[in-house]
Ligand binder design. Structure first.
Ligand code: PLP
Length: 413
């Protein structure tokens, strides 16, 4: 079956040749992470009877408790919350901030402007009712420089009110590099050097299982993320997680439920097998999406586009940015990718307004789980220099076909 032009098919062969040695490293990480997951499942004695739903308050929900123990162990942490009651990653991140910050405290973002949806939670750049700003929490932001986090500015910015330092691992929708685990470790050490009791909080979205160590094991106190990204393995139907030091996770849990209740309540309404099995698959699925990202980086490099990261650069998240240079090419990329989606392949993505964005945004993603970005998806705001952000892919075969579809569509305009 011939799907694409001769030119694209020739580039596919060349891309795969160039990718092979890079894939070997990805496979090694997936193997190590799978071994870590298996060890945690063994230590926590995971059995089939834990895969059931519970009702009402959800007291004594052993399926929920053991899943959280597995995730805590995998992160090298004392305690975890991992559940579908978090509506998204933003909700989990917000529970940490609202759980730990009090009026008069200061939040210090050390990796530049946080992810778009965190802006409304913080409320300093965008006025939002109910934000941290409205609760009397002050805010400072340290821009990143070319080399990464500006360690000198951390020393100058920390003051007696600085309660939390927010460290975003992933690039999000910006062009800055993601932080590696060793960079996160150095940033946490620098913060602790100036104030031992400043809480190092990592937004770990898109970073899970890209390395064989998570930020808590590298010195962070608490972190949060989404289950419809990496750690859900494509099977978790919804949810998020918080993991870290016991007392901090406990305080955050009072914002998920209520003060005094915390994490002891919350029925497993969704089949908890999906969270267990998703976590089991996650190292492999993350590897599939990383291979897709590398494939895209090589292919679009061969086609003459600027890619970020470059194909052979160290990765610490699953996002691949490609600078396309025109709105027409962004549209073609998304429409080409969408045609090779398992769901909504007949739909043509068009740009539209999005809350929190000043420019129109285009998105492609025919996913089984609504908005899931561990499944193959692409998006970006329509503004110069017209960058598309690509991520996910449950299987490498699908990621490759979608990326070839996108390249073919761009090449035909
Ligand atoms: C996705 C993401 C979030 C928010 O997660 P949602 O599940 O979309 O609410 C926050 N921070 C970063 C870096 C992200 O990539």
């Amino acid at each position: 079956m011939r799907l694409f032009s001769d030119k694209i098919m020739a580039l596919k062969t060349k891309t795969l040749e160039q990718a092979r040695p890079l894939f070997a490293k990805i496979d090694e990480t997936a193997e190590q992470n799978t071994a870590r997951v298996l060890a945690a499942f063994r230590n926590q004695q995971i059995s089939e009877y834990l895969f059931r739903t519970t009702t009402g308050y959800g007291y004594g929900d052993s399926g929920r408790e053991r899943l959280e123990a597995v995730w805590a162990e995998l992160c090298g942490a004392e305690k975890a919350l991992m559940r579908t009651q978090f509506v998204s990653g933003t909700h989990a991140l917000a529970c940490v901030l609202f759980g730990l910050l009090r009026p008069g405290d200061e939040l210090l973002a050390v990796t530049g402007a946080p992810y778009d949806t965190m802006q409304t939670v913080i409320g300093h750049a965008v006025h939002t009712p109910g934000s941290l700003k409205e609760c009397g929490v002050s805010y400072q932001e340290i821009p990143m420089n070319q080399g990464g986090v500006n360690l000198d500015l951390i020393a100058q910015s920390i003051n007696s009110n600085t309660k939390i330092a927010l460290i975003q691992r992933s690039r999000g929708y910006s062009l800055r590099k993601p932080l590696s685990i060793s960079e996160i470790s150095a940033v946490c050490a620098e913060i602790k050097k100036h104030r031992r009791d400043c809480i190092c909080f990592v937004d770990n979205c898109y970073g899970e299982f890209v390395d064989t160590v998570e930020p808590i094991a590298a010195g962070a106190d608490i972190m949060a993320g989404s289950l419809i990204k990496n750690p859900g393995g494509g099977l978790a139907p919804s949810g998020g997680y918080i993991v870290g030091k016991s007392d901090l996770v406990e305080m955050a849990s009072y914002r998920l439920t209520a003060p005094g209740l915390g994490g002891n309540l919350g029925a497993s309404l969704a089949d908890s097998r999906l969270l267990y099995q998703g976590l089991f698959l996650a190292p492999h699925v993350v590897a599939q999406s990383l291979k897709g990202a590398i494939f895209a980086a090589i292919l679009f490099d061969l086609l003459g586009y600027k890619t970020l990261p470059r194909f052979d650069e160290l990765r610490s998240d699953i996002i691949q940015a490609v600078e396309l240079g025109s709105p027409e090419k962004m549209l073609a990329f998304c429409q080409g990718l969408q045609e090779y989606s398992p769901v909504d392949a007949h739909v043509r993505p068009i740009p539209g307004p999005m809350p929190g964005y000043t420019d129109q945004v285009i998105m492609a993603g025919g996913t089984f789980i609504q908005g899931s970005s561990i499944e193959l998806s692409a998006d970006g705001p329509l503004r110069p220099p017209y960058i598309i952000y690509l991520q996910g892919g449950l299987t490498f075969e699908h990621a490759m076909l979608g990326i070839l579809g996108a390249a073919n569509a761009i090449d035909s305009i």
